[in-house]
Design a protein. Structure first.
Lengths: 263, 281
């Protein structure tokens, strides 16, 4: 994506953000109460900024972020390995599709968050149950996008590969996998988003440490400014990991960046 | 420049086809695309299959490549029956099938890679082939960065690097503009004069067939049958002026008359050398 915006439009965007901040500031400091929604307990922007500074200087921050990152990493990597593996098999083989897809289709409509109670019962540690929920959240977007990517590989490319002497393993590695790669990366990016979402929910319910736990704990301890700090951190971490993933994807697919055609 | 190819055995590339039929589709949709075809091609010959759109010539080519199974009849290359696709029978499609994720040099080096040739050696071979098709400066480009004519030249290099017995071409220049097409026809003849292999070239363009071929096999509308085998007597090397000579025009008239026989008022949809979706191997 190319960002090419004139100074005027940038200014307009900055003003828009500023207006929102000011509205938040007055709504919270004036303890605005609209009946259906009340800002009485909402911390003001400067309180949030102070809380963020405090957190930044405490040792708690690294422990919480570290716990969340390692859970997301564990669940996501497992989902990527299993999702891409199953997706390749299902996309390539009718037999694998008939055997593997039905149970997955039954489980697919169940939101990963709905797994939390059962996951707590199934796994010996709450750590593993949270990783499992994160895994479940990421699995389906990765799996479905991989299947879609594999099935949309141009059959002429496969035929050409075979005519050039490629065996079935070579066709998978040299033709199908790179052909499906753009779709797989899309699945990974979506999966990264859903795995964060699932992790935060799991941490709020059964966690100790972790950024979701921190946010929920702030509520129970009535540190209202810290709630917003937690929310912002969650957004930041989710955005950062998706961005990282897209960058890695672009790095692995240099041919996708080509625009110009030589005549 | 390409001494590698002089050592090739002159006997490689003989085609024998006996009573070959190919049916496509299944159930009520089934139809015979190619019916009871018999012909032979001598090693190193350039044969054009000429026929109207949808007559089954691409299906026949797909059977030669091993992507479509024949329903009846026998088909052998150098005496050996064909079972499935293989690098001894290279196929070039109307639209290129280069791997978008591989640079030009690695696309061309794909065949040697499949044979287990090391990276440096196969790239050196690929560069040699690129020189043969006049694209030495484009080794590090991606296919999407090339024009249509250049993409087809890379495709030809990628197939010829395997030193195939047969070079199967399915209207390879059909999607190019007239100017580029003429240039590609001359280039192909030039390449073929240096890397001698049997060529089966599909076209519905009479001028193209007469310009390129030693023999033209004229096919009827579907179900495709061979209605005449025309020997093209023009001396080689051939040049663009050939198309206005009296002998050329005479043969062209003859071909035009043949193609009128049993011609459909509406042309049939084009078939693919990969058959229909169901018949994909």
């Amino acid at each position: 994506m190319k960002i090419d915006v004139s100074a005027g439009r940038l200014l307009l965007r900055a003003v828009s953000l500023g207006v929102c901040l000011i509205a938040w500031h007055f709504a919270s400091t004036l303890r605005l109460d609209l009946g259906v929604v009340s800002f009485r307990n909402v911390p003001a922007p400067f309180e949030v900024a102070n809380a963020a500074m405090d957190l930044l200087h405490s040792s708690k921050l690294m422990a919480d972020i570290g716990a969340s990152l390692s859970r997301v990493f564990g669940g996501f990597v497992a989902a990527a390995a299993i999702g891409i593996g199953l997706g390749l098999a299902i996309g390539r083989s009718r037999r694998a599709k008939d055997v593997l897809l039905p149970p997955l289709e039954v489980l697919r409509p169940v939101p990963a968050v709905a797994w939390i109670p059962l996951a707590v019962l199934m796994f010996p540690s709450s750590e593993l149950s949270m990783i499992f929920v994160t895994f479940t959240g990421a699995l389906f977007p990765i799996l479905l996008n991989t299947i879609h990517g594999v099935e949309s590989v141009d059959p002429r490319l496969v035929a050409s590969g075979r005519s050039l002497g490629g065996g079935s393993r070579a066709i998978l590695w040299e033709v199908v996998l790179p052909g499906a790669a753009p779709s797989i990366v899309t699945g990974l990016a979506i999966g990264m988003g859903t795995s964060w979402f699932c992790l935060i929910s799991a941490e709020m319910i059964s966690g100790q440490f972790g950024i979701g736990y921190y946010t929920w704990e702030s509520y129970t301890l009535q540190n209202y400014a810290d709630i917003v700090v937690g929310m912002l951190l969650i957004g930041l971490l989710g955005m950062g990991s998706s961005l990282l993933l897209r960058r890695v994807g672009e790095g692995l697919m240099p041919w996708r960046r080509i625009a110009g055609v030589v005549r | 420049m390409i001494a590698v190819y002089d050592a090739r055995s002159a006997s490689a590339g003989r085609i024998d086809i006996e009573h070959l039929s190919v049916a496509l589709g299944s159930g009520d949709q089934a139809f015979e695309a190619v019916q009871d075809i018999s012909f032979s091609v001598a090693p190193g010959e350039f044969v054009c299959l000429l026929g109207p759109s949808g007559c089954g010539k691409s299906t026949l080519l797909g059977a030669l490549a091993g992507h479509i199974a024949a329903t009846r009849g026998r088909f052998a290359v150098d005496g050996k029956p064909v079972a499935g696709p293989g690098p001894d029978r290279g196929i070039v499609f109307q639209h290129h099938t280069l791997f978008p994720w591989k640079r030009v040099v690695d696309n061309v080096a794909f065949g040697p890679k499949m044979r287990g040739v090391g990276k440096a050696a196969r790239r050196a071979q690929a560069r040699e082939m690129l020189e043969l098709v006049g694209l030495q400066g484009f080794a590090d480009h991606y296919p999407a960065q090339l024009s249509g004519g250049m993409q087809q030249r890379v495709e030809i290099a990628r197939v010829l690097i395997n030193r195939p017995r047969l070079l199967l071409m399915d209207e390879p220049f059909g999607a190019l503009d007239a100017q580029t097409r003429r240039m590609m026809q001359e280039l192909l003849l030039d390449i073929w004069s240096r890397v001698r292999t049997t060529v089966v070239f599909i076209t519905h363009d009479i001028d193209e067939a007469l310009f390129l071929a030693d023999h033209i096999l004229v096919m009827s509308p579907r179900p495709g049958r061979i209605i005449e085998n025309i020997r093209v007597p023009f001396a080689r090397p051939r040049h663009a002026d050939l198309v206005v000579e009296a002998g050329f025009v005479r043969l062209k008239h003859h071909c035009l008359n043949l193609l009128r026989i049993g011609a459909h008022p509406d042309s049939l949809p084009r078939l693919s050398p990969l058959g229909l979706a169901q018949s994909l191997a």
